[in-house]
Design a protein around this ligand. Structure first.
Ligand SMILES: Cc1ncc(COP(=O)(O)O)c(C=O)c1O
Length: 350
């Protein structure tokens, strides 16, 4: 396909994650004192020992959430408590200290308040927040570090589809995996992403946009994309649409957007089946998927137009954004930007 989804290399507009606001929020952890009081300071390079353990053994976790400019003029975070809880899940998996949920949410809110004038207000724009925690103790011992840094930085972003709502093409590697049972797949840790970059480059080299990962054991069941969860749309016996998404079996990230869309779909009368999806269902049409899409905080809902495997390229539906994908994307945006009531208490005004 010719249209390239918006990336940080986009020559015009804000792009994604290419520029940063004036401030950042910091806190440090030591075993004796726990977390220090949050500080709002200018966004600037960090001073780090070259022996900081995050650089060597990868104790680095992060989150991604957005602050939205709302129809009533307010600024609001979307479901920040869910990110805070997932952050602690990641911390536990990587033997890092937990951060109180309210401290996480407060840190995000403080950054948005400090840099409120930099939250972009154009159609589909938002402030992407990147909270992260890294091990900063200088030591080459292979063990959990004893000093950590928590920080939140902000990046004004365009809508992912600033150039138009288009379907993406995905590629399934047959000789690489993202996560195995018992590994760190359900944690949002830096190493998971590093391990996926070579496959992402191979995907792009053959004209696709993203990797669609398959399971580690059989290379057969759909897991997720590099930074998004997967949904397929099939039909109920009545002909009504039915959403299908892989279960949270421990090897994929429990996406907030995934959880949000399941609830929005239920409100629209659309059921979601959480079950394993055999790649053959997408490539041989054993179960006819009429649409498929990926979802995540950065891009909200992204239709998938085709799947490429070692056997060839398979077009899903008519290869264009489907009806339900489009509807879910619109419903989600309407809640986030304050054009629909917040019936589920998802909006956290700062
Ligand atoms: C591997 C992976 N899966 C799924 C998601 C979607 O998660 P969320 O909807 O919480 O952004 C992300 C993005 O954070 C991700 O990195």
């Amino acid at each position: 396909m010719s249209t390239v989804v918006n990336t940080s290399e986009a020559p015009t507009g804000l792009g994604f994650g290419a520029r940063f606001t004036a401030s950042m929020v910091l806190s440090r952890w030591t075993p004796g004192d726990g977390w220090s009081a949050l500080e709002v300071v200018p966004h600037r390079p960090l001073e780090l020992s070259p022996a900081a353990m995050a650089l060597h053994y990868g104790q680095a976790i992060f989150e991604g959430l957005k602050a939205f400019p709302r129809a009533d003029g307010s600024l609001a975070l979307f479901r920040p408590h869910a990110n805070a809880e997932r952050f602690n899940h990641s911390a536990e998996r990587l033997a890092m200290p937990a951060l109180p949920v309210e401290t996480f949410v407060d840190a995000c809110a403080r950054l948005v308040r400090a840099d409120a004038s930099e939250v972009p207000t154009g159609p589909g724009q938002s402030l992407y927040l990147r909270p992260f925690m890294i091990a900063v103790e200088p030591s080459l011992g292979v063990r959990p570090a004893q000093e950590y840094l928590f920080a939140v930085i902000g990046s004004p972003v365009d809508h992912f589809f600033a150039d138009g709502f288009e379907a993406i093409d995905v590629w399934c590697p047959s000789d690489q995996i993202r996560a195995a049972p018992g590994g760190t797949g359900a944690a949002k840790c830096a190493g998971n992403y590093a391990g996926g970059l070579a496959a992402k480059s191979l995907a792009v080299a053959q004209g696709c946009h993203e990797v669609l990962w398959l399971d580690a054991r059989e290379h057969r069941f759909v897991e997720e994309l590099g930074a998004m969860n997967f949904f397929g749309v099939t039909r109920e016996p009545s002909g009504a649409p039915l959403l299908v998404t892989p279960p949270l079996s421990g090897t994929i990230l429990a996406g907030n957007t995934r959880n949000t869309l399941i609830q929005i779909a239920a409100d629209l009368g659309v059921r979601t089946e959480q079950r394993h999806v055999d790649i053959a269902e997408l490539t041989t049409g054993d179960v006819r998927f009429v649409e498929a899409f990926a979802c995540g905080t950065a891009a909200s809902v992204v239709p998938i137009g085709s799947v490429t495997t070692a056997d060839g390229r398979y077009v899903l539906g008519d290869g264009r954004p489907g009806e339900l994908s489009t509807r879910l994307r619109e419903e989600l945006a309407a809640i986030q930007y304050g054009e629909r009531p917040d019936a589920r208490n998802w909006i956290h005004t700062v």
